[in-house]
Design a protein around this ligand. Structure first.
Ligand code: FAD
Length: 476
């Protein structure tokens, strides 16, 4: 065999697996058809967070009332779109370079080209110098995902585009429609409104932010949507979107599918989810049939399944497995697979994986939302309880002048086991980690109630929640 391990796809999943594999002494190669770093580094987490960093500051500096309360007065604030775009692009270039160098430095062979499985233990790569065949004891598929564009929507990359184009911030349209109110749609609404664009948000389901806990979605609507004058079209389906000047959007009622309204806007961002990359991967050579619209079927150990049985030494990780399509899920899966290959079987605990929307303020959660927890309780025969605490009662939030926020803890009434934690507010994406660790260790509010939190910190919103749950008293 040429290698112990060959990985197809150098996104966060493939990269994390490769680094861990060489650390474990496996001779490893990674195959990438496009830019090293995949979606997260080039078109996802990193550029979007760089844009949010800049646009968030613009929003803050325009909030003269808040600054005045802190004793700060500013002259006129202005920004340069091109420079914000360059800031994001420079970070992407730097991280992509760092990532490639770290792989090479650690001894991973990086092969540029399109990789395909060609039977057990064999991969072919279409490189610029022709086809190359590589053999490996184990193969990990980490080909990721691409934006889903519903039928009827035409992308021209200038007036109608997906997040792949939006992260380049090539223009700031006066009026932009965002289709989809998931975390990508929300983050871009945060960016565009901070930079002075008018936003209309279109959601096909009957609630904005349908994946969030209803209390959090309600609060987010009150803070992130209403005061920013974001027009919302809920329960409406964009049946047809035609690029141009203006962009024409035919909106129908989701249930009847009858066109009710035609919008004319300057641009349209299509943020309607992502689909796996599983075509042209050679899956047929090992009799693997993608499921649920293209995801690669896997078991708990991420072995690829053919007719329900594992294909020996073939693994899949990341977005293509369809399990919480997030960067940290992909890298956790990569590490788990390498551990299993090395004879220390591991499975990822999806239940304790946190997620965040990096809006201003942020939204984060881990575990179940209230309706899902109730449903679980009904199936398994237990009752749930919830406790909510508010940033307006937290000393640090008050000192920062950032009191808009809430933490909600959902737990089993009988045992106190934490089932879900949801936070809306300043630094929610960092605050959630404590709850994720607690859920990983299956801890209850009783386990956590005596853990001491630094004062004054935002983390005390969780401390207060545990105290209220156990002693029915508030911390402040
Ligand atoms: P990818 O990152 O998609 O990488 C797959 C790689 O495989 C690609 O580079 C592709 O070119 C390559 N490839 C595919 N097929 C082949 C082949 N046959 N041969 C060779 N190479 C191939 N997640 C978070 O956790 N936090 C965030 O803040 C966040 N923000 C996001 C913002 C946006 C706008 C988007 C779009 C996504 C965001 N995500 C975020 C999601 C995150 O980017 C993905 O979950 C993550 O990148 C998935 O990693 P992956 O390794 O599975 O695949």
């Amino acid at each position: 065999m040429d290698y112990d391990l060959v990985i197809i796809g150098a996104g966060v999943g493939g990269h994390g697996a490769a680094i861990h594999a060489v650390g474990c002494g496996l001779k490893t190669a990674i195959i990438e058809a496009a830019d090293m770093g995949g979606t997260c580094v080039n078109r996802g987490c990193i550029p979007s967070k760089a844009l949010l960093a800049a646009s968030g500051r613009v929003r803050e500096l325009h909030n003269t009332h808040h600054l005045k309360n802190l004793g700060i007065q500013l002259g006129q604030v202005s920004f340069d779109r091109e420079q914000i775009a360059n800031h994001a692009d420079n970070i992407v270039t730097k991280l992509r370079g760092d990532l490639t160098n770290s792989l090479k430095r650690l001894g991973v062979d990086v092969i540029q080209g399109w990789g395909k499985i060609a039977g057990a233990n064999k991969v072919t790569v279409e490189t610029t110098n022709g086809e190359k065949t590589i053999t490996a004891k184990d193969i990990i598929l980490a080909p990721g995902s691409v934006p889903f564009v519903p039928p009827g929507i035409t992308i021209d990359h200038q007036t109608v585009f997906t997040s792949d184009d939006a992260v380049k911030l090539a223009s700031l349209p006066q009026w932009i429609a965002i289709i989809g109110s998931g975390y990508i749609g929300l983050e871009f609404s945060d960016i565009y409104t901070a930079l002075g664009c008018e936003v209309t948000m279109i959601e096909a389901l009957d609630q904005l932010m349908p994946t969030f806990d209803p209390d959090i979605a309600k609060l987010a609507q009150r803070v992130l949507i209403n005061p920013r004058d974001i027009e919302t079209k809920v329960g409406k389906l964009a049946l047809k979107v035609t690029p141009g000047s203006p962009v024409i959007i035919e909106l129908a009622d989701t249930k009847t599918k009858e066109v009710e309204e035609v919008l004319e806007v300057d641009a349209c961002l299509v943020a309607t989810g992502r689909i796996p990359v599983s075509k042209n991967l050679g899956l047929e050579s090992v009799n693997v049939e993608p499921i649920r619209g293209g995801f690669i079927p896997t078991n708990d150990h991420l072995e690829v399944l053919s007719g329900g049985e594992p294909v020996p030494h073939l693994w899949a990780i990341g977005d293509v497995t369809g399990k919480m399509m997030l960067a940290h899920t992909a890298s956790a899966q990569g590490v788990a697979v390498v551990e299993t290959i090395c004879g220390r079987p591991r499975a990822v605990d999806y239940r304790s994986i946190p997620a965040a929307a990096f809006t201003h303020p942020e939204i984060s959660y881990v575990g179940l939302n209230e309706p899902a927890a109730k449903e679980l309780g009904q199936t398994e025969g237990f009752e749930i309880a919830t406790v909510k605490t508010y940033f307006k009662g937290n000393s640090k939030a008050i000192a920062e002048g950032e009191t808009e926020g809430m933490a909600k803890v959902i737990y089993r009434k009988d045992t106190g086991e934490i089932l879900g934690v949801h936070i809306f507010g300043l630094h929610a994406s960092d605050l959630i980690q404590e709850a994720a660790n607690a859920m990983y260790h299956r801890q209850s509010v009783h386990d956590l109630v005596f853990s001491v939190h630094t004062h004054p910190t935002l983390s005390e919103v969780l401390d207060e929640a545990y105290k209220r749950a156990v002693f029915s008293v508030g911390g402040h």
